[in-house]
Design a protein around this ligand. Sequence first.
Ligand code: AMP
Length: 563
Amino acid sequence: MAIIGVDLGTTNSLAAIYTPEGPVIIPNSFGDHLTPSVVSVADDGEILTGKIALERRFTAPTATASVFKRQMGTKKEYKLNGKTFLPEELSSLILKKLKEDAEIFLGEPVEEAVISCPAYFSEAQRRATKTAGELAGLRVERIISEPTAAAIAYGLHERRGAHKALVFDLGGGTFDVSILEFSNDIMEVRAVAGDNYLGGEDFDDVLIDLFMAANRLKESDLEERDDAAIYKAAEAAKLAFSNFRTVTMQAQVHGEPMTMGISLQDYETNCQALLARLKTPVVRALTDASVRVKDIGSVVLVGGATKLPIVRTFVGRLFGVIPSSTIHPDEAVALGAAIQAAMKERNEDVKEILLTDVCSYTLGVEIAHVRPSGLLQSGIYEPIIERNTTIPASHVDTFYTVHDNQKKVDVKVYQGESRNVRDNVFLGQVSIDVPSGPAGSESVDIRFTYDVNGILEVEVTSGSTGQVVRTVIEKNPGAMSPEQIEESLKALAGLKIHPRERDEYRFLLEKGERLYQESSGDMRDRISEAIGAFDEVLDRQNQEEIDEFAAKFREFLDAVENE
Ligand code: AMP
């Protein structure tokens, strides 16, 4: 049975499949490669996803959720039209849609996927990604980090000789830098660094701020609808910089058309702070990997925002090489995930390579230090597996009791880089009984085993009794328990999902609604009439008539949009 590769993106998601001709992107119900990672709940409770939901971000902002990948692994609740969702549930609705599109494309059921996630994703975020797959009815045995997938798509693993590459992945909301090393069929991630709060949207925000200032607008004066219109105009202006050196940003605010003209040069000047932020993780990854800029043989650009000319120039200047971008930067990760899926299936067309990855955060335990004064200081962090250690990894350290007559050792597990545990993320805890005795007389071995999917197993052994206590850290901040997953599966099964075969019509209606809200006067009347007429045609259920009218309606809406 086919295993699909999925890029579950912040802004857009894609699925791909390996074919005898190589990996190909699976088109969705619109024939598009990208499915916007947006979910909306209609007034009748129906679930709308992708492009249809994206239209509703403007017309029904409170019933529509986007950018939820940023909240993966947290307990943030989204209330959409009376229904409540966790981030992994929203992601599962996107995955369900991709699964359905893949099944139609392939003509067979799809029950397994290799899903990508940012290399920087923590334990809890990776687990949430797996849960999202499970909730969508997909088995997810392998989570692949996005840069690794992109490098595979570029065939970097097939190049002869040892070489190093840097993957520069700037998506909608996340930024990842990875340094990969290739030699003799081994592909090793040497270091990852990134910023979970930096992406293409920040480049939209620069335009939004300039637009607000140019039109003397204050955030507090804006309604949700104005916000959405300005946001949309900013993204359109940003995309236009791929083709023009000067761009005019236009949006309807308080019912009035407002504009701002800006040159690429001015835009670049205003993006300096963001470009500086891009440099930080690059430097950190190079330092962690002990690699110099001149040792980097190739630079691969991934993520929609690397299409921005400002970003390309910046990367070119930084590395003195022309970055590889022969594969569409939006598609590289999904294509790589599909190749990985084929490797997993042992597809004979695909050369098997050994993939190694690194752990993106340091993992450790809380300990107490004895100060020179003899006083105990608790809350100190002791790393067991260091950041950027190649995984799978298994490390063990020995610790001693700190109190006289101590009967129990509590092992508190944290993730992070700070010396004080309070500044790191608490992952969970396990306790072991020890025979009581003077402080320092009893020892415990703490072994951390971190697997390729970023799942952490903790094993504690008492030095004197040999008793072993093992745990897979379940209590991740925000992770769903098996019972919650069961409950969520039931709730999701009860949802009414918009039927795929009507996607196109629903999209046209939602787009019509948005254009109606954005327009005024005569144009509004014309749009309203067209929507009414299309509704009537749909009610008559004559497929030929529907197709004919839909084509005309689409043309009309495109003309309104481009006016
Ligand atoms: P991703 O999460 O990889 O899908 O990236 C989405 C981000 O890429 C969004 O912020 C888009 O606005 C941005 N993007 C897509 N196409 C372009 C383009 N031609 N120029 C600039 N940014 C783009």
